[in-house]
Design a protein around this ligand. Structure first.
Ligand code: GLN
Length: 507
């Protein structure tokens, strides 16, 4: 049998349904791969070989008995370690949660179990999902499989690296300001931030509740769509959950793959295109080149390309870095030494709380808690948090106007290809600038996708193409994304991941 880990998730499902392979074989192949390369990649914080194989064996037994199974039954998956998993360690990348075993499942975890997908383990992330490189993880960084000296993006670098190193065919991420899309961009994979409320946040450890959204990660647009349909839908446990059916994203991906975008209007966001003026300054030449080539492909597929302007995006990053710390400072108050995880005993409860938080939280988390507490304090609330909320409304209005002129909006996902580990860790502002193109979608609650647009000629590293759609119109991302993916695959003679360098395998 050729290497099972190289199949797409859709092919894995078909091969199991046809009786060509079993889920135990498939799951074992991924566990072997993790054993061979994760010492170098460090995508996983926890591996559950026993649980994954037990799920796989049960699926195989049911299939043999003729039981009807869900579409992705038996296809293994990795979960960002921000999703609580009953009986499995959950750390959110923080030392403050080391050793904590949740007593319940997140809704997304439950849906994955109901879909009968073996859970390989929990993936690394920046502590409490604060970051763009996984270097803020309390457990050491993840390495980019394209170049182990480089960042895999963040905060969901573990999930993206697991995909790009063939350790898992599918993964779950969370996106508060880009943590699904930016890691996808720098690892040559696909990631989707659904419409806010489209996937339940119940049991996802909260960073900034008005911005957070869980979403699917894969190596192809269709695989990502298949997972989106598993995890989406209404949940009474999440008060912000949309009360509507999951958009028909699988059908949209299949339609898009046929390659006809006649009648689709694609808006290039002037402010996110990488012009040297405004927020676009500082984009790498190869990123801009691959973006333009992708636009040409979409036009060749029949789409109409228009330019749109979103003048208030200039303020989006600043507004985000007030709203996010404000909400985070409140959400993280619950880590108090009493309820979960770490406890540094000092004799009095006040000092124990302080000592626990001082030891358990890393620098970036402390920085944001201080920023947020300050922004929310009496006397500064209107000047900072209040102003940021007004900018949020302006960003939403910019999107509304742009979507009058275009069905989807597009930009490069990130201004550069992955940078070197250590390069920006001491410069928070440089780190924050990674997210300039992804943050507006979170402020507005709209869906977004990143998919590979190639590798930059100057460094041979992946570049990402971002597609944004109006709220509830997630299916448009998949239609346009699948069309672009098909056009690029025709040119490359396969997927971008086929061009990734081979990792050294350790026995
Ligand atoms: N990199 C961004 C930040 O540091 C986004 C984080 C996220 O989406 N979780 O806040």
């Amino acid at each position: 049998m050729s290497d099972l880990t190289r199949l797409t998730a859709a092919q894995m499902a078909d091969a199991m349904a046809a009786g060509d392979i079993t889920s135990v074989q498939l799951t074992q192949a991924h566990l072997d791969r993790i054993g061979a390369v994760d010492g170098d990649v460090h995508a996983f914080l926890h591996i559950d070989a026993e649980g994954a194989l037990a799920t796989a064996a049960a699926v195989d037994a049911d299939r043999a008995a003729g039981v009807e199974l869900p579409a992705l039954a038996g296809v293994p998956i990795a979960l960002k370690d921000l999703l609580v998993t009953k009986g499995l360690p959950t750390t959110a990348g923080s030392k403050i949660l080391e050793g904590w075993i949740p007593p319940y499942d997140a809704t997304v975890t439950r849906k994955i179990r109901e879909a009968r997908m073996p859970i390989l383990g929990k993936t690394n992330l920046d502590e409490f999902a604060m970051g763009s490189s996984t270097e803020h993880s309390g457990y050491g960084p993840t390495h980019n499989p394209w170049d182990l000296e480089r960042i895999p993006g963040g905060s969901g670098g573990g999930s993206a690296a697991a995909l790009a190193s063939w350790e898992a065919p599918l993964a779950i991420g969370s996106d508060t300001g880009g943590s699904i899309r930016q890691p996808a961009s720098v690892t040559g994979t696909v990631g989707v931030k659904p419409t806010y409320g489209g996937v339940s946040r119940f049991g996802a450890i909260a960073l900034a509740s008005s911005l957070d959204q869980l979403g699917p990660c894969g190596r192809t647009v269709l695989d990502t769509a298949l997972l989106h349909e598993v995890i989406g839908g209404h949940d009474e446990m999440d008060a912000t959950s949309l009360n509507e059916p999951v958009p028909a994203v699988v059908a949209a991906a299949r339609e898009g793959a046929l390659g006809d975008l006649t009648g689709v209007r694609i808006g290039v966001v002037k402010e996110l295109r990488g012009d040297d003026s405004g927020e676009g300054g500082g984009y790498q030449a190869g990123v801009k080149q691959r973006f333009q080539e992708s636009l040409d492909k979409l036009q060749a597929a029949g789409a109409e390309i228009v330019e749109v302007s979103c003048p208030n995006f200039e303020y989006a990053l600043a507004a985000y870095y007030l709203i996010l710390p404000s909400e985070a400072s409140s959400n993280l108050a619950k880590f108090d030494s009493v309820r979960f995880g770490l406890r540094v005993e000092t004799g009095t409860i006040e000092r124990t709380m302080g000592a626990t938080r001082a030891e358990g939280f890393g620098d970036e988390v402390k920085r944001r808690i201080m920023l947020g507490t300050y922004a929310l304090s009496a006397g500064f609330y209107d000047a900072y948090y209040g102003s940021a909320q007004k900018v949020r409304t302006l960003v939403q209005q910019d999107f509304a106007a742009a979507f009058e002129q275009a069905d989807v909006l597009v930009s490069p996902t990130t201004p550069t290809t992955p940078f070197k580990l250590g390069e920006r860790i001491d410069d928070p502002l440089a780190m924050y600038l990674n997210d300039v193109a992804t943050i507006p979608a979170n402020l507005a609650g709209i869906p977004g996708m990143s998919l590979p647009s190639g590798v930059a000629p100057e460094d041979g590293l992946p570049t990402g193409f971002q597609i944004l759609a109006p709220a509830h119109e997630d299916a448009r991302l998949y239609r346009v994304g699948a069309a672009l993916e098909a056009a690029l695959a025709a040119e490359w003679g396969g997927s971008l991941m086929d061009q990734a360098p081979e990792l050294e395998v350790r026995s």
